[in-house]
Design a protein around this ligand. Sequence first.
Ligand SMILES: NC(=O)c1ccc[n+]([C@@H]2O[C@H](COP(=O)([O-])OP(=O)(O)OC[C@H]3O[C@@H](n4cnc5c(N)ncnc54)[C@H](OP(=O)(O)O)[C@@H]3O)[C@@H](O)[C@H]2O)c1
Length: 253
Amino acid sequence: MKIGIVTGASSGMGKEFAVQLAASERLDEIWVVARRADRLEELAQELKTPLRIFALDLTHSESIDTLKQAFSESAPSVHWLINASGFAKFGDFSTVSETDSLAMIDLDVRALVWITLAAIPYMEPGGHILEVASTAAFQPLPDMNIYAAAKAFVLSYSRALNRELGKRGVTVTAVCPGWTKTEFFDVARQNADAGAVKNFFFPSQPENVVRRAIRDAKRGRDVSVYGIFNKLHLFFAKLLPASSVMTLWDAMK
Ligand SMILES: NC(=O)c1ccc[n+]([C@@H]2O[C@H](COP(=O)([O-])OP(=O)(O)OC[C@H]3O[C@@H](n4cnc5c(N)ncnc54)[C@H](OP(=O)(O)O)[C@@H]3O)[C@@H](O)[C@H]2O)c1
């Protein structure tokens, strides 16, 4: 059984990944993961490819056990793994609660690694892993300190894993969107303080980010950046010292 797996498929980019995989890939099933089962069920009505719904909170270890159990029972051939679940909270260390601070690490880093490790044994040559990072990965970001550090982890991890899995014919792509029009902001802005980011320059449409990411994965690229503004961001983040980029961020946010 040839499958794709998409986490965070109940909204935003994860949902769009499921839509585009269903439209362009011959898969027997797409396994979709998120907490909101009703959203995943709605999506299943819209797509031709059968969806297997996993209504799971990925910050809980038992949720990963559920996925591992499904792998061992179905022994699927995983052609696409897309880790798109994730969240941020805007604000400094004193504004973002301890619970949210640790949950960001649990979801954006720990669950992503754990699901990747669980899926790798089921991946065939020609398979693709897409780990959704962010342009936040390119430098430290005050008032998004844990989120930016978590995404820096995802970027670094994905690029190194791509080298390791290249020997097995599997590609790993770190997808680095800039601001993108999704529900991300509804979550990130809750309880944000006055100093938090307020300017969201040149936001992208999720379908464009996702189309580009799928194309880059098929080309074997280890990093996918959509849009000229985000490419310029990467260029300057490489060129300038991190302290200068943080000063620019503070001035622009
Ligand atoms: N939008 C942006 O500007 C932007 C920019 C750069 C990177 N990103 C990254 O892109 C990825 C997708 O985000 P998005 O923009 O599409 O935002 P979104 O619309 O808020 O989607 C986030 C997804 O993650 C899922 N999720 C959140 N907490 C979860 C949990 N505990 N367990 C399981 N699933 C959970 C949500 O589903 P449920 O709520 O149903 O669980 C939802 O499907 C994230 O990794 C985000 O960090 C976003």
